[in-house]
Design a protein around this ligand. Structure first.
Ligand code: HEM
Length: 451
């Protein structure tokens, strides 16, 4: 066993006290949602603010989060404000649909992400990782692990859901997705006013160009497949199932909406989770050795069985997603009055759930900023409230790809660890920047050497 780890992973500076809301509209606070968060946020159950006339309740109390995501979920829908930015990209696909449209689409895709179906994709995940590593230098090198993670997860999503369509492994796509998500996470004045399409800033111009490229490319993928789906893969099945439920034109539009949804949601988040986990392993060489021993032993088994044997690596992955939740924040809008953590909620109020804050909250975790994977050992995990750890969200709209992402991340890291050692280059500290996802700004250049 590695000795008790005193590792405190990096986080952006906090402010000592609450800041006025307008400070979030410019500078680093606009670009980075996890920068300058007020210390008291990590102590209180709820904090209510008014931002340009909209009441926003930031919720840190797990039973109240449970009420929003599960027990009173019909009252809390994805906010119209977020839809304004995302719907030109993901349309009415699974991520943004509500009501019957959401239920129909979730029913269609659910079997693809059931445990047995995901296990069938394990070989593809490993094959894509081996191809990715084949491009790595053989000897000692500095490698941007965030870029490698994106490369591997992009290939995996393209091969396991879209029959390896070459348009989906275009390196340009990773750039476009990054630009889109960075802008979507910013609380910009023009967006709040509903004028995002006229926002002249360079950030929004790049975001619009990126959105247009993604929409055009994925619409072409759907058109080339035709109404019979053009194959027996996930996407072919999705096109056929939508064709049975909706009129042809609507079915084609929904197919494109979901293509973009699964393509973007299906690899960006996992790539970020991988980059942060490799940082935590690089910073703790003893723990990395233990994880390597486990990975090497697991290699003797077929890919689908390997996953169940990577128990230490899974705990490390989970602890990393506690400290660096790949989706650091998500929101809901109240449809009717309610009460949360003793605070009255009015129709139209926003409820903001921040895994970043909840996962580091002082009332919920001992020594919250310290890395300790043993929090996720079965005997300790059982003591957690199920809404105090929510990297994948919770309730019926929990991430449909959670098992896929976990298996993929563990198989990629097992492959990496069994062949290479990872270390932090002298003087390097990663820089977490939050938007829709939590990325390391400037990448994650690690020192990589053969084992
Ligand atoms: C570590 C990786 C991932 C993380 C941390 C993550 C996180 C999340 C979170 C927090 C939500 C819920 C958002 C909300 O309630 O507003 C969500 C939803 C979703 N995720 Fe993931 N995700 C990951 C990987 C994936 C993968 C691999 C896929 C698909 C292959 C995927 C597809 C989706 C979809 C389609 C939804 C919307 C589900 C619905 O509304 O019914 N995600 N994800």
């Amino acid at each position: 066993m590695a000795s008790l780890s005193p590792f405190i992973p990096v986080q952006p500076p906090r402010s000592a006290d609450w800041m006025p809301a307008w400070r979030g509209f410019y500078g680093e606070r606009l670009r980075n949602t996890v920068y300058g968060i007020a210390e008291p946020a990590f102590d209180v159950a709820i904090r209510t603010r008014r931002i340009l006339g909209i009441k926003v309740h930031i919720l840190m109390n797990p039973p109240a989060v449970e009420r929003v995501l599960l027990t009173n979920k019909a009252n809390y829908l994805r906010p119209r404000l977020a839809q304004r930015l995302l719907s030109p990209l993901v349309g009415n696909g699974l991520l943004s649909a509500e009501g019957e449209d959401w239920r129909t689409q979730r029913r269609i895709v659910a079997p693809t992400f059931a445990p047995a179906a995901v296990a069938n994709m394990a070989e593809t995940m490993v094959r894509c990782t081996i191809d990715n590593m084949a491009k790595w230098p053989k000897g000692n090198a500095r490698i941007d692990i965030a870029a490698e993670a994106t490369d591997a997860t992009m290939a995996i999503i393209a091969h396991s859901l879209f029959a390896g369509d070459s348009r989906l492994v275009d390196p340009q796509a990773a750039y476009y997705i990054g630009q889109m998500l960075a802008a979507a996470g910013q609380a910009r004045f023009m967006t709040l006013l509903g004028l995002q399409d006229w926002d002249p800033s360079a950030t929004m111009r790049r975001a619009r160009r990126s959105r247009d490229w993604l929409r055009k490319t994925l619409t072409e993928v759907v058109r080339d497949r035709g109404p019979d789906g053009g194959g027996d893969d996930f996407f072919g099945g999705l096109i056929r199932a939508l064709g049975e439920q909706y009129a042809p034109e609507q079915a084609a539009t929904l197919a494109a909406d979901n293509a973009i949804t699964f393509y973007v949601a299906g690899h960006e988040t996992t790539a970020n989770a991988l980059a942060w986990t490799m940082y935590c392993l690089a910073a703790q060489p003893e723990l990395q050795e233990e994880a390597r021993d486990e990975a090497v032993a697991a290699m003797a088994y077929p890919a689908a069985e390997r996953f169940e044997r990577l128990t230490l690596l899974k705990q490390i992955f989970e602890e990393t997603m506690r400290l660096y939740p790949p989706a650091p924040r998500f929101d809901r809008e109240a449809e009717a009055p309610d009460e949360l953590a003793g605070t009255p909620i009015a129709k139209g109020d926003l409820v903001s759930i921040w895994p970043w804050i909840i996962h580091r909250h002082r009332a919920l975790w001992d020594d919250p900023d310290r890395f300790d994977h043993r929090r996720f050992a079965p005997e300790h995990r059982a003591g957690l409230h199920r809404f105090q750890y929510l990297p994948f969200g919770g309730g019926p709209r929990v991430c449909v790809g959670a098992r896929f992402a976990t298996m993929e991340a563990l198989l990629i890291m097992a492959q990496w660890l069994s062949a290479r050692r990872f270390a932090l280059p002298a003087g390097f500290t990663p820089d977490p920047v939050g938007s829709v996802t939590l990325r390391p700004r400037g990448g994650m250049p690690l020192f990589v050497s053969p084992v």
